[in-house]
Design a protein around this ligand. Structure first.
Ligand SMILES: *[C@@H]1O[C@H](CO)[C@@H](O)[C@H](O)[C@H]1NC(C)=O
Ligand SMILES: *[C@@H]1O[C@H](CO)[C@@H](O)[C@H](O)[C@H]1NC(C)=O
Ligand SMILES: *[C@@H]1O[C@H](CO)[C@@H](O)[C@H](O)[C@H]1NC(C)=O
Length: 540
């Protein structure tokens, strides 16, 4: 069965530009910063460990640079409610109880977060058939308990959301939004400002939920780990591409808790991970054992120039600008002082010299400061470690002229080998089933007076979202051949989680054009499907 046109529920079409309405509950105006045990300790954190880690946040100077929440994760709950139906903690995990832990945390000058699940049960099992308590159907009562215990933050997970046997459902047959709006309303009635961190794993595209943000942050993807790996970082970066525009003060895309300090990523990869999360306005929740944190770990986590990107009052995320497939990515976004942050990621598996092309973020000239080291740069060429990155603050920027394109509609190309047109709506027809034998060839393409290398701009739909790592996680590869020459691999991230929203302006420079209007461009992939194409622009 062709899976490429599978529609994910619910189908929500949004007109661009984005209309962003954030949750106005007085907290979470900036992305949350704090500590949570999960990536280091899974569900096994104890009261003593929470004490030690909270003390470390203070003594290591992490509170001083903004990390303020100490959050419970799985494992703290009881397996049953009390006789009045109230939420209970585990006396084994937290012998002194949650209010005492909240007081301990508050007395350190920190804020305190609890964790629950909007399902029949919480995610983890206790052993045998026993489960920790879920909050589904008990939202108001549970939130009242958390508020009375001193909670400032609630992370809400999504296990067993459908029924008592459906553990994790990435395509649930119910509206998950309804669960989370019930929780939002319960929190609004709690009589205490509580930051709402929704952990729905992005299964029903919460960034696009109609009516504005339901939570102060929403997870956009499946867990970052375990195991901790660069592939997970790549999967999550691709998944945020279509929704960066939904980040705003009070409501942010949550790319999941940090893996900085944990084994599985090199120092350069951890640096890239941290800078990307910060500039994408994700919550920055440390999730490593701080009693063992190295100087390198602390240097990454305490870089105040990178943290300032995250906490910038404008609250806008970096956006995807350009991918040089298997070589480097360029992302950028605006800051409140009128400057621009540009982030360049080295995809190569080895150290290399990389020259950042300012035109990729729309500028012909700018003054650049390296935000990892704080030094002013005369030139924008740097040596980058494998999977390392350049993070630049650009000021005094001069806007570059925007290229003009001649567009060739995909539907008017020659289709072969199974490629067919698909009507998306009354104004949009695309070509699908390109790849796996299907090809799309555009003819009579204008190479201009001199031919040579041309800038191409693709408008496409790719709704092939994934919750686990694949060969191209949350992306699809297209092989592009000019005039029958050697095909070039182009890796295209998802345009949405459904098959009806375009990604416009994916740029690639390709050589091999002849002067005049006799060029052809062929799109294919011998072993996988490509995105569905709307049109290809060729720079005039
Ligand atoms: C924890 O201990 C308290 C005090 O003894 C008790 O009231 C409560 O029921 C216990 N909770 C659980 C889940 O056993
Ligand atoms: C639970 O939900 C799943 C997924 O919708 C369904 O396949 C299964 O039959 C349900 N089980 C029960 C006991 O309702
Ligand atoms: C068709 O879909 C495109 C892409 O999502 C959208 O921009 C456009 O507004 C839609 N047009 C109509 C008439 O619905």
């Amino acid at each position: 069965m062709p899976s490429q046109w599978k529609l994910h529920k619910p189908l929500v079409s949004l007109a661009f530009p984005y209309v962003v309405a954030a949750l106005n509950n007085g907290v979470g105006v900036k992305p949350a910063m704090g500590w949570n045990p999960y990536n280091a300790f899974a569900c096994a954190a104890t009261e003593a460990m929470y004490h030690t880690q909270a003390q470390s946040v203070v003594s290591l100077g992490l509170l001083a640079v903004g990390y303020q929440y100490i959050n419970l994760d799985c494992g703290w709950q009881a397996t049953s409610r009390d006789s009045a139906g109230k939420f209970q903690w585990s006396n084994k995990t937290l012998p002194a109880g949650v209010p005492a832990l909240a007081t301990f945390v508050h007395n350190l000058g920190l804020k305190f977060g609890v964790y629950t699940d909007l399902g029949v049960f919480a995610c983890d099992t206790v052993g045998g058939t026993a489960h920790f308590i879920g909050s589904l159907g008990h939202e108001t009562s549970d939130v009242a308990s958390y508020a009375s215990w001193g909670a400032d933050y609630v992370k809400v997970d999504n296990c067993f959301a459908v029924n008592s046997t459906d553990f994790v459902d990435f395509d649930p047959p119910i509206s998950i939004k309804d669960h989370f709006t019930t929780m939002r309303d319960a929190l609004a009635a709690a009589g205490r400002p509580i930051l709402f961190s929704a952990c729905e794993w992005g299964v029903q595209d919460p960034a696009r939920w109609p009516g504005g943000s339901v939570a102060n942050s929403w997870r956009i993807s499946n867990d970052i780990g375990p195991p901790n790996s660069w592939d997970n970082i790549f999967r999550i970066m691709n998944q945020v591409v279509p929704i960066t525009g939904f980040a705003a003060p009070g409501g942010f895309n949550d790319l999941d808790m940090l893996e900085v300090g944990n084994s599985g990523l090199t120092t350069a990869e951890q640096q890239t991970h941290f800078a990307f999360w910060a500039a994408a306005k994700s919550p920055l929740i440390i999730s490593t054992d701080l009693t063992k944190a190295s100087t390198q770990t602390l240097n990454i986590l305490k870089n105040t120039r990178i943290i300032a990107l995250n906490q910038d009052s404008l609250g806008k995320s970096i956006a995807f600008k350009r991918r040089y497939t298997n070589d480097h990515d360029v992302w950028s976004g605006p800051l409140s002082d009128g400057s621009t942050v540009a982030l360049v990621i080295n995809w190569q598996d080895s150290s290399r010299s990389l020259t950042f092309n300012l035109a990729d973020v729309g500028f012909s000239s700018a003054t650049a400061t390296d935000l990892i080291t704080g030094t002013s740069l005369g030139k924008i060429t740097q040596t980058l470690a494998a999977h390392g990155s350049i993070v630049l603050k650009l000021t005094n920027a001069i806007t570059a002229p925007t290229p003009t394109f001649t567009f060739y509609p995909a539907a008017s190309g020659a289709l072969a080998g199974g490629a067919i047109t698909r009507v998306v709506n009354s104004s949009l027809t695309v070509v699908g089933f390109v790849g796996n034998g299907g090809t799309l060839t555009l003819s009579n393409v204008d190479g201009g007076a001199s031919g040579g290398t041309k800038l191409l701009s693709f408008d496409y739909i790719n709704g092939d979202v994934t919750f686990s790592n694949t060969a191209c996680s949350n992306c699809r590869n297209t092989l592009v051949s000019v005039n029958g020459g050697t095909a070039v691999q182009v890796q295209m991230p998802i345009s949405a989680q459904s098959w009806d929203i375009l990604l416009s302006g994916y740029m690639v420079s390709l050589p091999g054009f002849k002067p005049g209007k006799t060029n052809t461009i062929t799109l294919s992939n011998p072993s996988a499907f490509t995105p569905d194409f709307y049109r290809v622009g060729v720079a005039v």
